[in-house]
Design a binder for this molecule. Sequence first.
Ligand SMILES: Cc1cc2nc3c(=O)[nH]c(=O)nc-3n(C[C@H](O)[C@H](O)[C@H](O)COP(=O)(O)OP(=O)(O)OC[C@H]3O[C@@H](n4cnc5c(N)ncnc54)[C@H](O)[C@@H]3O)c2cc1C
Length: 368
Amino acid sequence: MGASIAYHLAMRGVKHILLLEKDDFFGLEATGRCAGGVRYQFATEANVRLSLVSLPMLERFEEEIGQAIDYRKCGYLFALTNPTDVAVFQHNMGMQNRLGAGTQWLDGDEIRRWLPMMRLEDVLGGTYNPRDGLVDPSSVVMGYINTGKRLGVTALTGVEVTGLRVKAGSIHAVETNQGNVSTPHVVNAAGPWAGVVGRMAGVDIPITPIRRQWFTTSALPEIPADFPFLIDFAQSLYFHREAKGLLIGMSNSDEPPGFDQNVDPEWELAIVESAAARMPLLEKASLVSRLAGLYEVTPDAHPIFGRTPVDGFSVCAGFSGHGFMHGPISGFLMSEILLDGQAQAVDVSQLDLARFAEGRMIQEYNVV
Ligand SMILES: Cc1cc2nc3c(=O)[nH]c(=O)nc-3n(C[C@H](O)[C@H](O)[C@H](O)COP(=O)(O)OP(=O)(O)OC[C@H]3O[C@@H](n4cnc5c(N)ncnc54)[C@H](O)[C@@H]3O)c2cc1C
């Protein structure tokens, strides 16, 4: 988010943009640890509308930014095993297609014929969108950073924001481990840490860090080139091609909130067992790499855009586990909010911080 916001502000001619990153490199946290999935399939209009603008921005990324990002349109396939989910996803598909997403319904037999290497006897059907896919997160981050720098952005690593100074209700300065910076404008794009950064200015931003993890396997020649980003929705278990093997993850609904980013070996075993039950040929593979990262979860699983009660202090965070794909449009929308007073490209006025205090939360069913 920070890289995209800085780039889009610089594209509008803004000078003196300072992007601060506490780590030694950009994109090592949620974005660098994410599964790289991009999709049009969501349960709310708000998310579908963000995807309808953001994913085409990713398609144009290399042409516009000059950085290849390896967009692979493998499609997301949500495989459904209970009738309630079938009804909800068919309803969602109608909404997605009314907005122009192009999602399709596949029945259980079609899915089984497509993926004979999997055990899918209990699958009733599912939704598939061939334009969903995978993108390399680090390339997107570095594309924005490098182009932003050429446009005049100062992007610094190893600089941790340690405090925010507020005077008479307005942001006044940023304190860091390398010194202080006077400024009338701060955008909090601290991802899973956005709540912590909010508290530095006395603002309550309800973002909870929740660990999620995945692993990759050694080569599996049996996996066909057209293997989708497959989600066994009832189990929150997902598979997609990664190099010559698979990347496999599953959400632990009992994961306690916290900043621990170590892989939980017990949960890894649970993922391996569930995945092998779906795909017995995994017994032939070995684990090649593993990673845990943090979702940045808001009470309604939707992001927060725009102003806070402190003048000059805004926020762009809380994407609740699917923010990488919305990074391009979110940076653009923040540039509109900051420079024009409101977002035009997508109406995100309902995704403001005040909705939590005012009881205007959004309902989302498709969080994986
Ligand atoms: C395992 C996993 C899988 C995921 N899969 C997907 C997926 O398939 N598709 C998808 O779209 N999304 C996915 N997500 C979600 C996605 O990664 C996030 O929604 C998105 O990356 C959030 O971007 P961000 O810029 O808000 O946060 P981040 O990428 O975490 O960036 C915030 C940055 O702020 C820095 N920072 C924090 N505090 C400070 C401070 N005090 N001073 C200076 N710097 C600070 C951090 O170091 C960090 O680099 C996944 C997430 C995880 C964890």
